[in-house]
Design a binder for this molecule. Structure first.
Ligand SMILES: Cc1cc2nc3c(=O)[nH]c(=O)nc-3n(C[C@H](O)[C@H](O)[C@H](O)COP(=O)(O)OP(=O)(O)OC[C@H]3O[C@@H](n4cnc5c(N)ncnc54)[C@H](O)[C@@H]3O)c2cc1C
Ligand code: SF4
Length: 495
């Protein structure tokens, strides 16, 4: 235990982010770091409770409660409090291959289910996680650890997002020869192309990829399985195949005027900017720009929020983000949303803070639905027509959105970004391999088993569970590796 009374003696503290007006001038991470003394004090707030929900990641009423990779949070909190950073790092790496990713981008469901949070503010878990791994890199404690022996088995991993990377790391640890195929020009999946640089610097991804390479994993980019390499050849060349191709087929938004110029899917917008930034520092202009435009983002989730932050940095004239959901309450509803569920409360994400600093208000419009787009004589979008909505239960018992008469509005817009979610993985590879899919068109494979209907083919991450979180992708990649090892060797020592 850290200290039995720490949670009563010390207040929760999180590192201040960079000033919004300053960070809007660049594309660098908005986080700042905490000094060692403050980190140790925050570690002291962990009460090492009898049933630490923080490290029992489970799905609860559609959200995540606790840590999906089962990080040994009370143990490393105590070690950090005592200044035993290297020991804390060892404990952290037991459960999480990439704490430098989760320590930056995880929404921290662990904190939502922290026991101290029942009577006050939860322990600062995510910040401590990031500090442990960054200390490890700074001290030179994180080194390549190639396996002592090779098994002679060859495994292909398709897709280099967090699921594919975690799976490859674990399979390589078990001594198998692992090749990761990626169709993009850079490794990382949505860690690289998807999550903006402000949330996750791409040098952080590259640093881990180099370590994995040094441990013996081979990465092949610009190669799409099912197209550049036929699926049948993959099956012939490898003892097992793990599909970690993600689930980024955009959900269509087919309403009047949706074919107008100036209406784009969020991922095309985000990834164009990331690629141009990484290739040439945005000098090549090979991206959709929001400069001097009134921008509407349709979709109230994380992807939409990342579009807001990107548009602000492009120099948009105005920015508005639409969500069909109602504004969340300021405090957790103890009946509808009790602890240890993930708290559904009103917060300003980084992009909303930035928009507020620049324009004086939260850019979000809640309980709103777009009814049509209207274009100019050149076929370019010029405005959106909307109506306010309320959620009701219809005669058949279904929850539906009902327009509220008299609430119609018109918003000017020269750029519209569609961020209303994803409809599962792209189907080419799925069809070529003859894989069964579930009712949401994800690859069918039981959680915990990961085996598909095709012998020797496994599936993990978003491709199996649908668009989710980095930490779930790491969890699935690790667990799938254990199942593959068991399949290949008849027994496994992987966790
Ligand atoms: C814009 C955005 C922001 C997000 N922000 C967060 C966040 O802040 N925190 C968080 O926890 N989660 C976030 N998420 C969700 C998170 O990024 C995903 O849940 C996670 O990356 C899924 O990991 P994955 O490895 O399953 O798939 P992905 O990361 O999608 O990686 C799949 C990879 O497979 C490759 N691939 C697909 N098919 C083939 C093929 N046939 N051949 C070769 N390669 C192929 C793709 O190119 C891709 O690189 C965000 C998602 C988006 C879209
Ligand atoms: S990975 Fe996410 S849920 Fe797990 S300890 Fe880190 S921040 Fe919390």
């Amino acid at each position: 235990m850290s200290t039995p009374t720490g949670f009563m003696e010390y207040r929760r503290q999180i590192p201040a982010d960079r000033d919004p007006m300053e960070r809007l001038q660049d594309w660098e991470e908005f986080h700042k770091h905490m000094n060692e003394e403050d980190l140790r004090t925050q570690g002291a707030r962990c009460m090492d409770c009898g049933t630490p929900y923080c490290h029992t990641g489970i799905e609860m009423t559609g959200g995540t409660s606790g840590c999906p990779v089962n990080n040994l949070i009370p143990e490393w909190n105590s070690l950090v409090f005592r200044g035993l950073w290297q020991e804390a790092l060892e404990r952290l790496h037991k459960t999480n291959n990439f704490p430098e990713f989760t320590g930056r981008v995880c929404p921290a469901p662990c904190e939502g289910s922290c026991t101290v949070g029942l009577i006050g503010q939860p322990v600062t878990i995510k910040t401590i996680e990031e500090a442990i791994i960054e200390r490890g890199f700074a001290e030179g404690w994180v080194k390549p650890e190639p396996p002592a022996m090779r098994t002679g088995k060859r495994v292909a991993v398709v897709g280099s997002g967090p699921a594919g990377l975690a799976c490859a790391a674990q399979l390589n640890k078990a001594g198998h020869s692992v090749i990761v195929y990626e169709r993009a020009d850079r490794i990382g999946g949505l860690l690289t192309y998807g999550i903006p640089t402000m949330k996750l610097d791409k040098g952080i991804v590259e640093r881990r990829v180099q370590l994995l390479e040094a441990e013996g994993i081979t990465f092949v980019t610009n190669t799409e399985i099912g197209t550049d390499i036929p699926a049948a050849k993959l099956m012939a060349d490898y003892d097992a195949v793990v599909l970690c191709g993600g689930a980024t087929k955009p959900r269509e938004f087919a309403i009047e005027g949706s074919g107008l110029k100036g209406i784009h899917y969020a991922m095309d917008y985000l990834n164009g900017t990331i690629k141009s930034y990484l290739d040439t520092g945005l000098e090549d202009n090979q991206y959709i720009t929001a400069a001097d435009k009134d921008v509407i983002v349709i979709g109230g989730g994380d992807t939409g929020t990342d579009c807001v932050a990107t548009a602000l940095r492009h120099g948009c004239r105005s920015i508005t983000q639409f969500g069909t959901h109602a504004q969340a309450p300021l405090e957790r509803d103890p009946v509808a949303n009790p602890w240890p569920q993930f708290p559904n409360v009103y917060t300003l994400d980084y992009a909303h803070e930035e928009a507020k600093a620049l324009y004086g208000q939260d850019p979000r419009e809640f309980s709103i639905m777009t009814t049509k787009f209207v274009g100019d004589e050149e076929g370019r979008v010029k405005e959106l027509h909307t109506v306010q909505i309320e959620r009701i239960v219809d005669d058949a018992g279904r929850k539906i959105y009902k327009p509220i008469p008299g609430t119609e509005r018109v918003f000017p817009a020269q750029l519209v970004l569609i961020a209303i979610g994803f409809d599962g993985p792209e189907q080419t590879l799925v069809d070529r391999l003859g894989l069964e899919t579930d009712r949401r068109s994800n690859v069918k494979a039981a959680y915990g088993k990961y085996a598909t209907n095709v012998e020797r083919v496994f599936a993990a991450g978003d491709m199996r569970r649908g668009q989710s979180l980095v930490v779930w992708a790491i969890n699935e990649g690790r667990e799938a590796a254990r199942e593959v090892d068991l399949y290949l060797m008849g027994s496994t020592l992987l966790p």
